[in-house]
Structure formats: structure tokens, C-alpha cells
Design a binder for this molecule. Structure first.
Ligand code: SF4
Length: 105
């Protein structure tokens, strides 16, 4: 059940969390995504184009202060998200983290 402060309008939820929806995943992420610091931001920030380092940096700054950075990153790792910034990491950084985790197991 969602926490009261997590209640968002359906339209705002759908629009603001497009970067999560883009994954095509149907898993219920409402336990943490309603507290996402990116929920009222332009979702394109989390999907910068090649060469848009400043955009990626701005997205990561938002992620840095996000209360749900850990579940967000875990979600991206578990679902092998290949694109975008999740949990303050871009795809290359997530790939390196996943490799390091595999080596340590
Ligand atoms: S860590 Fe970043 S991408 Fe993940 S929910 Fe928070 S602000 Fe959004």
C-alpha cells in the first residue's frame, strides 16, 4: 500500500516517470518510485544523448539526493537496464558495477 505522501495524480505519475516506464517492465515499482526525486523533472534528463554530459551530470545531481537511490539502482541492475541514468549511474557505470559484483561472488 502506498504511503499517503506518495499519492500522485495518475497523469503526473505517468509523465514524470517515463524513464521507468520506458523499460517496458510491468513490475510494481510503486513502493519506491513514488518517492523518486525525478518525479517532477523532465524524464529526458535521465536519457541524455551522446555528448550531453552536462545533462547527465544534472540528472546525477538529482539522483545524489534521492531517497530511493538504492532501490532504483537495484531495479536497474536486476532488469539489466541498458540505457539512461538510474541510481546515479549511467549504463557504463552500472555495467562495471555488475561485473565487479560477479567477480566478488
Ligand atoms: S535515483 Fe535518480 S533515477 Fe532513481 S528514482 Fe531517484 S532521481 Fe530517479
Amino acid at each position: 500500500m502506498q504511503e499517503p505522501e506518495c499519492v500522485m495524480s495518475e497523469i503526473a505519475d505517468l509523465m514524470a516517470l517515463q524513464h521507468i516506464a520506458r523499460s517496458g517492465d510491468t513490475e510494481d515499482t510503486s513502493l519506491w518510485r513514488c518517492r523518486a526525486a525525478c518525479s517532477n523533472r523532465d524524464p529526458n534528463m535521465w536519457h541524455p544523448q551522446i555528448g550531453e554530459a552536462a545533462v547527465e551530470h544534472a540528472a546525477k545531481e538529482v539522483c545524489h539526493g534521492c531517497d530511493v537511490k538504492q532501490p532504483c539502482l537495484r531495479y536497474a541492475l536486476e532488469h539489466h537496464e541498458e540505457h539512461g541514468v538510474w541510481g546515479e549511474m549511467n549504463q557504463t557505470e552500472r555495467k562495471r558495477l555488475a561485473q565487479a559484483q560477479r567477480r566478488s561472488n
